[in-house]
Ligand binder design. Structure first.
Ligand code: NOJ
Length: 714
């Protein structure tokens, strides 16, 4: 019998339920305030896990109580939401997805883990892997965007980054893949609402990233708050126990979302906390976060014979094993026992700047960018021009209170000899228009206007769904006034747009001379934006989510299936709108740079392939523009005839090429034939013989893609 099993043998029911409970320590910036009687519960062994606590000193003090004063001396596991950096804030996850750079995805998670661990913590509730195709849903900002294949790549990189090569290492933390699963398609884009999707969509779109996380060894998984076709995920035996545990072999910890077990009562599947706890336990949820359902409900459930002690023991063992894997039994103080070196912190800041720069997506540029060499007067207008708190984006919980760099500060730093004038014009939201006229007057005599518009950070994230994701408040009025005035004086206007989701900005796109999608870039926001505006860096981000022209187009995503009546403007009875084209404002993968790229000579080899082959795809890319730049080359496939209708395009790869002005290079991509399998009529993976189209190019717009064909032989 190993130590963990022996330990289990010595535990009382109350101690077991303590290991299955996680309670908030009521995080405060200056230090933790332990809620209610938590300290006493740690001491008497009836509380095994905490969340929302930071600071190595405080964490160690709690660990000390657990390992020195509790009967069995079991260390605590303390988790925290490290959504896009812990203290140093990286771009929001949606923005980071836009970098299309797996090395960066992993590195930012690694650095976030080191910073989290330096604070004494051993667990994070990240990565968030929910595919989102509904921009109304505020949590779109936390995730990988619209594409399941992209979500898989991000899942792998993030798990590797957080957990490092060894979970027990003092700089590694347990990752939690969340929210399992299909949280994104909430009805009406309203957070926490119900979900009703087909089994195919579930399997093709929402499960793969979690399967990839399990494959990468993720330590924990958090079921979503939502229900799927009437079954709340917290009680979803078929998906938690049968799929995750039995089919995928996941033996890590299932930690409920905040109060989610008790919410089974509101969902309408449990009458009281005893039934709620029973359902969650039966589904295999190991840790009850904040509902107190296990501690209060399970003793009664046990007495009534609704659950067995074996079912409880199973969960306790999984929690203890994770603590063991984290090295907590060996040394509960290993994380946070050494202060980080100044150079480590400085290097992390440089990484934040790199990630921020690479996450910026240039949506339009009719020549206003980069700024001309002799730019003397820059007019920086808008409510997001000097708003350091907003730059961090939502959910930067333990982010430094130290200001993030604003656009104004970034530009002042980058252009020390230019005159930089600034007016807010109007607030982010509200109805005050009194500053608009004066702001528009500032345009006079400027070489360029930088108009900083968008959402406040808190307009996306949890419980931040919006029914009209447009520019809030009076920002459209401000934009019109500035654009009118600038048009009169022939001053170019560059819009820098901040948001946690695509916004409906067709009119702005038409009128502005350039539009840079900044998302929320984090601590180094203003420096990154200034680097791109001034041309020190060429923009290279690509949108990981389609931007619609009109809200009524949603859900709009590139991998839709064809219709029996595909859009034909000349034929009335085809699949289209009367008032807007089907095409988006910006397709998935779109993003300009300061180069101009053309594609030629797409080749695939072999052209006739079998299951074990890997297809080598190559294409020549030429930078016809006047400046060096990086191009992201996407590889999509299309299977025109299959037993189940396949999407119009499916992402299967991407590669980057950096080219000087006038230079030609070759992008090479590898496509294992195994990747061409799809779920057949019976939902089993199949590889069907026949022709597969290989589409290669700059984004998911068919008109811009080169096509080659591969014949699959059985
Ligand atoms: C609720 C959120 O849904 C989840 O993502 C988060 O990890 C927990 N609260 C804990 O803060």
């Amino acid at each position: 019998m190993n130590t963990i099993d022996k330990l289990l043998g010595r535990m009382t029911l109350a101690e077991k339920l303590g290991q299955m409970t996680m309670t908030s320590a009521s995080y405060a910036v200056t230090g933790p305030v332990i809620a209610g009687d938590s300290t006493e519960s740690i001491r008497n062994g009836t509380l095994g896990n905490l969340l929302n606590m930071v600071g190595a000193k405080h964490v160690h003090e709690m660990q000390r109580i657990a390992v020195e004063e509790s009967r069995l001396r079991i260390p605590l596991m303390i988790g925290f939401d490290v959504i896009h950096g812990h203290r140093t804030i990286f771009p929001v996850p949606l923005a980071e997805a836009a970098t299309f750079e797996p090395r960066l995805w992993e590195l930012t998670a690694r650095e976030a883990a080191r910073e989290t661990a330096a604070d004494g913590l051993a667990m994070t509730f990240a990565p968030m892997l929910d595919v989102s195709r509904d921009l109304r849903w505020g949590r779109t900002v936390e995730g990988p965007g619209e594409d399941p294949w992209l979500a898989v790549q991000i899942a792998r990189a993030k798990v590797r980054g957080f957990q490092g090569p060894d979970l027990a290492h003092a700089e590694s933390v347990a990752a939690t893949a969340k929210h399992f699963c299909a949280y994104g398609p909430v009805m009406g884009g309203r957070d926490y609402a119900s979900v009703d999707i087909s089994e195919r969509t579930l399997r093709e779109v929402h499960l793969p990233a979690f399967a990839a996380a399990v494959d990468a060894g993720v330590a924990a998984i958090m079921p979503a708050f939502t229900e799927l076709g009437g079954v709340p995920m917290t009680a979803h035996k078929a998906l938690l126990r049968d799929y995750l545990r039995a089919e995928l072999g996941f033996d890590g910890v299932l930690v409920s979302d905040y109060n989610a077990i008790r919410e089974l009562i509101h969902h309408g599947v449990a009458g009281d906390v005893v039934e709620a706890a029973t359902l969650a336990l039966k589904a295999g949820v190991d840790i009850d976060m904040m509902a107190e359902a296990y501690r209060h409900g399970l003793p009664v459930a046990l007495e009534r014979g609704l659950v067995t002690i074996d079912e409880i023991d199973e969960c306790v063992l999984r929690v203890l094993r994770l603590k063991e894997r984290l090295g907590l039994f060996d040394d509960p103080y290993r994380r946070g026992s050494k202060a980080e070196e100044a150079e480590t912190v400085a290097a992390r800041r440089r990484l934040a700047r790199e990630a921020a720069t690479k996450s910026l997506v240039l949506a339009k540029n009719s020549g206003a960018l980069p700024f001309r060499e002799n730019t003397r007067r820059v007019c920086v207008i808008g409510p997001l021009a000097n708003a350091w708190r907003e730059m961090r984006g939502p959910w930067a919980a333990a982010g430094y209170e130290e200001p993030s760099i604003t656009v104004l500060a970034g530009l002042r730093g980058a252009l020390p000899s230019a005159e930089i004038v600034h007016a807010e014009g109007t607030a982010i939201s509200g109805t005050d228009t009194s500053g608009i006229a004066a702001a528009a007057e500032l345009v006079a005599g400027a070489d360029v206007v930088v108009l900083c518009l968008g959402e406040a950070a808190e307009m996306s994230g949890e419980a931040a769904s919006r029914s009209s994701p447009e520019l809030p408040g009076e920002q459209r009025a401000l934009a019109d006034a500035v654009l009118d005035r600038a048009a009169r004086d022939e001053v170019p206007v560059v819009v820098v747009l901040f948001s946690g989701r695509p916004l409906i900005v067709s009119r702005l796109m038409e009128r502005a001379d350039a539009l840079l999608i900044a998302w929320f870039p984090g601590t180094e926001a203003g420096n990154a934006i200034a680097d791109v505006l001034t041309g020190r860096a060429s923009p290279s981000g690509r949108t990981p989510i389609t931007w619609p022209r009109a809200l009524g187009q949603i859900p709009i995503f590139y991998s839709q299936r064809n219709s029996g009546r595909p859009e034909n403007p000349k034929d009335h009875f085809t699949s289209k709108y009367l008032d807007v084209p089907n095409s988006p404002l910006l397709p998935f993968g779109f993003g300009l740079s300061y180069g101009r790229f053309s594609y030629a000579n797409l080749t695939v080899s072999p052209e006739v392939a079998t299951a074990s082959d890997t297809i080598e795809v190559s294409v020549e890319v030429t930078n016809e523009g006047p400046r060096a730049a990086e191009e992201t080359v996407f590889l999509f496939i299309r299977d025109r005839v299959a037993s189940v209708a396949r999407p119009l395009l499916e992402l299967k790869g991407f590669a980057k090429v950096s080219l000087a002005a006038g230079q030609t290079g070759t992008a090479r991509l590898r496509l294992p034939v195994a990747e061409l399998r799809f779920l057949g009529l019976d939902f089993e993976p199949v590889l069907e013989p026949g022709e597969i189209e290989i589409h290669v190019g700059p984004c998911a717009d068919s008109a811009q893609l080169k096509v080659a064909r591969v014949l699959l032989r059985a």
